[in-house]
Design a protein around this ligand. Structure first.
Ligand code: F0G
Length: 434
């Protein structure tokens, strides 16, 4: 019998399971599962893969090109999730986000080669679309009708938007009541998700949805689902492709559940193994001080897995006290000689406002990563001439409340709106004021 191309494998005890089964944790020990694809079975060399991806990227789409052939996720489809049939793919298309050469911003932070991969330019304005195209496509292939997630607002928007494209699929989202932005909430409503606000925090919603999906035939599409986050591997891949196959010295990523950091790391390990890339970047995971359990665990040398009640932060999408993907993220931090840092509210708000002022519409969660890069630079961990890719995870316009509050306050870069009388003289007078 030939070895299957992909299987699930437990991160803790290495038990394996067939990929075509619905499961989110190890039956033997309860550990997290990985998708383990046998990518070498394709028999291509690193340079053959690079040529293939270059060719796909160079193909100009026209009106009849299927979205999957334009997608910045499915461009790498053999490495994303081999068991999926191409005709089952639900794609908008996603990915192909800009990698901004942030010269002005970099100069302000003492970084000569700062790039910002703007995942807020995805169809639902966050990186979650890259995972959700895989998760919903797989649910589509398995013929599953109900899909669900707990969310701080972006996963729910993506789930609702992708499920909306599959006839008969129903999305159910569990949200911490009054703890996500109005823009995020409106996305779930607009795309037709069954939207439930629970009187708890994200961690409370997560526990309930995990139990719900055990008790009912509902497919869980949180990052605990190892299939979904296979799509997020493409963030790191595409950034390297954007750089003309140059591997940056650093990827800097904001951390909530730690699924994204894990996925990016896993994808990079796979490309190292296949010879698509030939050197390791370093990884930096950054948290907000109000929600810093992964940082605290890192501080113990990962001898303890710390959880906490997450406090209020402008980075509301990463207000998480018990990161579900901790074991996977710990593995990637260790493999990639990574670091974990945390930033204060003032640091993240000012870094976000500075990026915005330099023309980049990044959100407060992305600003956590940027502030972390600035902090690591100031501490000398990141060197001035190193190439740094900061992952901006969502668009500023999903978090306008926090921007308005900042600009009406006393922050370093506050730019408050001013009311003036409706006369030319009043406008001229306003322009003369400092
Ligand atoms: N940035 C944004 C904008 C997010 O929405 C999230 C997570 C993260 C960063 C952190 O990614 O959890 O993989 O470490 N949002 C989830 C959600 C929790 O429900 O939308 P992570």
């Amino acid at each position: 019998m030939t070895e299957p191309l992909s299987q699930f494998r437990c991160v803790a005890c290495a038990a394996t399971y067939p990929i075509e089964t619905v499961r989110f944790s190890c039956d033997a020990c309860g550990g997290l599962l990985d998708v383990l694809p046998d990518l070498r079975a394709f028999g291509r060399s690193g340079s053959e893969w690079r040529d293939l991806f270059d060719r796909r990227r160079a193909t100009l789409p026209n009106a009849s090109t299927p979205p999957r052939d334009i997608s910045g996720v499915w461009r790498y489809r053999e490495h994303v999730f081999p068991p999926l049939s191409v005709e089952k793919i639900v794609s908008k298309p996603e990915g192909n986000t800009r990698l901004y050469a942030a010269k002005e911003l970099g100069a302000r932070l003492g970084l000569s080669h700062l790039h910002v991969k703007h995942e807020g330019e995805n169809p639902t304005l966050s990186f979650k679309d890259r995972g959700m195209t895989v998760g919903v496509s797989w649910a589509n292939q398995l013929g599953l009708r109900d899909v669900a997630c707990a969310s701080t607002g972006d996963t729910s928007a993506a789930l609702a938007a992708y499920a909306a494209e599959v006839p008969g699929m129903r999305s159910v989202v569990l949200l911490p009541d009054a703890k996500i932005t109005g823009e995020q909430l409106s996305q779930a409503l607009q795309y037709g998700a069954v939207t439930l606000g629970l009187d708890t925090d994200f961690d409370g919603c997560m526990k309930i949805v995990a139990e719900l999906t055990k008790r009912r035939p509902i497919y869980l599409l949180n990052s605990m689902n190892p299939v979904r986050i296979e799509g997020q591997k493409s963030i790191g891949w595409e950034a390297i492709h954007d750089l003309g196959w140059h591997v940056p010295d650093w990827f800097v990523v904001p951390v909530g559940n730690a699924g994204n950091l894990s996925a990016i790391g896993k994808g990079l390990r796979e490309w190292l193994d296949l010879g698509v890339i030939d050197r390791k970047p370093r990884l930096a995971g950054i948290q907000a001080a109000a929600a810093d359990p992964f940082f605290q665990s890192y501080e113990t040398g990962f001898t303890q897995r710390i959880t906490r009640v997450a406090g209020e932060t402008a980075a509301s999408a990463i207000r998480i006290g018990a990161p579900v993907s901790h074991p996977k993220a710990e593995r990637e931090i260790k493999f990639f000689d990574g670091v974990v840092a945390r930033v204060t509210e003032d640091e993240l708000l000012d870094a976000g406002a500075l990026a915005n002022r330099c023309g980049l519409a990044i959100c407060p969660n992305s600003a956590v990563a940027l502030a972390g890069a600035a902090k690591l630079r100031a501490e000398g961990v990141i060197k001035q001439d190193e190439t740094v890719v900061v992952i901006a995870t969502a668009h500023a316009l999903k978090f306008s409340g926090s921007a308005m509050a900042y600009h009406q306050g006393t922050g370093r870069f506050a730019n408050p709106p001013r009311r003036v009388a409706a006369t030319v003289d009043a406008v001229i007078e306003a322009l003369a004021a400092p």
